[in-house]
Design a binder for this molecule. Structure first.
Ligand SMILES: *[C@@H]1O[C@H](CO)[C@@H](O)[C@H](O)[C@H]1NC(C)=O
Ligand SMILES: *[C@@H]1O[C@H](CO)[C@@H](O)[C@H](O)[C@H]1NC(C)=O
Length: 353
């Protein structure tokens, strides 16, 4: 008796919840409707509403981004991503991602754009199906292969593509110097940050795509150079020079770059130049394990950790008290040598170019 009354109460609550969902249309209802009607300017106006949450499904459970991808109109997808739609979002009922739909409708342009914003081809829907399992064409298969190699960063615009403009600081926007296109929010190539935590190897994270890498990504690989009295910025990953400040670079990192004009290293053995600190050219980093109070070595490329010093890192530079010069000692083999091993033979330069 008591149990059946409780059951009734539950049922009533459930019905009430359904009724409430029906009578209170969410803000995105109109948005989804405008996508269906393909009314772009009204759609953009709607996006700018103060309380708009573009990641909320409409009252039928449709995500605006999924509807836009289904409608195959790039401009709607672009506008949604600019106003904060998450490329990784999932349809609440089926778990389908916008990328599943872009692959199903065989739209490489939209698929590429979603991937550049962090969409994951390995994400599964509720039936366990990965977007990558729907590969209707060579173009889509190529996109998946490219993502497998480098992840989201493979789809970024090259460094120097985007500049920041602001008439007033409240009206900051991004400007594509190649196409003239502008957008309100940072493009993924301008979303890299260097994460430098004590006791951990430096890593780089993209706050739009969520990608984390151990090597400096191209949008941060800038140095300031001076040649013939002229100052410029040089990107050593893509061999590209520009006069303007690279605005993909976060403020503190840019300050560092501007302080160290022409900073570069020469390997005296191989005569090779390096624009980045050669300490970080090997994948091994010496770190400290607090639990065992012991140093260990971590390979940032393979993820491997070892207690024993790797052979390549065993050489250290020591001072010779007698001559005042330096010599090199191998901690593993106990060999000593006046000549520097290759990976330690780097000398810093900052003369004009
Ligand atoms: C994605 O899935 C493929 C095949 O299912 C697998 O080989 C690959 O390692 C996965 N990639 C990531 C980053 O999880
Ligand atoms: C870099 O570009 C310049 C011209 O812009 C060219 O002369 C030089 O050979 C290039 N260097 C490399 C390593 O590609």
């Amino acid at each position: 008796m008591a149990a059946s009354r409780a059951l009734c109460a539950c049922l009533a609550m459930a019905l009430l919840a359904v009724a409430m969902a029906k009578v209170s249309p969410t803000l995105t209802d109109k948005l989804v409707d405008l996508i269906k009607k393909k009314e772009l300017s009204k759609f953009v106006e709607e996006l700018q509403l103060k309380d708009m949450d573009v990641n909320q499904p409409d009252s039928k459970g449709t995500l605006p981004l999924i509807e836009a991808v289904r409608g195959k109109d790039f401009k709607f997808v672009d506008a949604l991503l600019q106003y904060g739609a998450l490329a990784k979002s999932k349809d609440p009922a089926t778990g389908t991602t916008p990328l599943h739909v872009a692959f199903q409708t065989n739209n490489p342009q939209i698929a590429r754009f979603l991937l550049s914003f962090g969409a994951d081809p390995n994400a599964t829907d509720k039936a366990g199906k990965k977007a990558r399992e729907i590969s209707p064409s060579k173009e889509i298969a190529d996109l998946i292969a490219t993502w497998d190699k480098e992840g989201a960063m493979a789809f970024e615009d090259p460094p120097g593509t985007w500049a920041k403009k602001s008439e007033k600081s409240s009206e900051e926007y991004w400007f594509n110097v190649k196409t003239g296109e502008s957008r309100w929010t940072a493009p993924p190539s301008a979303a890299w940050q260097r994460i430098d935590m004590q006791g951990q190897p430096i890593k780089y994270t993209n706050y739009i795509t969520g990608q984390t890498v151990a090597k400096c990504p191209p949008p941060l690989a800038w140095v300031k150079v001076r040649a013939d009295g002229k100052e410029m910025f040089y990107n050593w990953k893509i061999n590209f020079t520009q006069v303007e400040k690279p605005e993909e670079v976060p403020k503190e990192l840019l300050e560092d770059i501007e302080k160290n004009v022409n900073q570069r290293w020469l390997n005296q053995k191989t005569l090779e130049w390096s624009w980045s600190d050669p300490t970080f050219n090997t994948p091994w980093r010496e770190l400290h394990d607090a639990e065992h109070d012991k140093d260990y070595w971590y390979n940032v490329e393979t993820g491997e950790s070892v207690w024993e010093i790797p052979e390549a890192m065993a050489w250290t530079k020591l001072k010779d008290d007698e001559s005042g010069g330096h010599f090199f000692h191998n901690r593993l083999t106990q060999d000593s040598s006046w000549e520097a091993p290759e990976h330690l033979d780097w000398v810093r330069h900052d003369s004009d170019l």
